[in-house]
Design a protein around this ligand. Structure first.
Ligand SMILES: [Mg+2]
Ligand SMILES: [Zn+2]
Length: 173
C-alpha cells in the first residue's frame, strides 16, 4: 500500500450553529438550533445535551428542550461566506484543497509535510492519534502522520483566529 501522501480532513463542528453564534455572540450560552422549514438541521452542544439531534422536527426538539432558541437557517448566504473563508485560509497550506459540502475540507499536505521532515524529526503530537505512530511500517508514514497532526493543529488555530473577527463582510448586499 502507498502511504506517501498526507491528507488532512477538517470537518467544522455544528457549522451553521457556530456561524449564528459568530453573528450573535449572546447565543453562545443558550441551547441553539438552526431551523430549516420544520426541521432543526443542526444544534449546538447545549441543545444536544437535551437530546436534540440533527434533522429532528421542531416539535420534538421543543419537547426535549423547551428553552431552545431557534434561528432560521434557510438563507445560506452567511454560511457560504464563512465556508469559503475557511477554505481560503486552508489554501495557504496547500493548493490541493477539496471541499465537501459547506463544512468539510480535504487538504493534501504532502508537500508541506515533506518539506518540514527535511528540517525536523517530529516528537510531539497534538490532539489524539489512533494507534501507534512509531511502528506503523518502515516507509516513514509514522513521522508524516505526526507532522500532519501538527499542521492540522496550526490549521485549527488559524481558522479560529481568522474567523473570530471580520467573518461576515459588511459589503455584501
Ligand atoms: Mg461538520
Ligand atoms: Zn507506511
Amino acid at each position: 500500500m502507498d502511504h506517501s501522501r498526507t491528507i488532512i480532513h477538517i470537518d467544522l463542528d455544528c457549522f451553521y450553529a457556530q456561524v449564528e453564534t459568530l453573528k450573535n455572540p449572546e447565543l453562545k450560552t443558550l441551547p441553539l438550533g438552526v431551523q430549516q422549514q420544520n426541521l432543526v438541521v443542526t444544534s449546538n452542544y447545549l441543545a444536544r445535551e437535551f437530546g436534540v439531534k440533527k434533522c429532528m422536527s421542531v416539535t420534538e426538539a421543543k419537547k426535549l428542550c423547551p428553552n431552545i432558541v431557534l434561528v432560521k437557517g434557510e438563507d445560506l448566504h452567511d454560511y457560504r461566506q464563512v465556508s469559503y473563508k475557511v477554505t481560503s485560509l486552508l489554501q495557504k497550506y496547500s493548493h490541493l484543497v477539496e471541499r465537501l459540502g459547506l463544512d468539510e475540507n480535504f487538504i493534501d499536505a504532502s508537500n508541506l509535510v515533506n518539506e518540514r521532515l527535511k528540517k525536523v524529526t517530529p516528537t510531539s503530537v497534538p490532539g489524539h492519534v489512533f494507534g501507534n505512530t512509531t511502528n506503523l511500517c518502515d516507509c516513514g508514514c509514522g513521522d508524516r502522520l505526526k507532522i500532519g497532526t501538527q499542521i492540522a493543529q496550526e490549521m485549527r488555530d488559524e481558522i479560529k483566529k481568522g474567523i473570530e473577527f471580520n467573518v461576515l463582510c459588511g459589503n455584501c448586499p
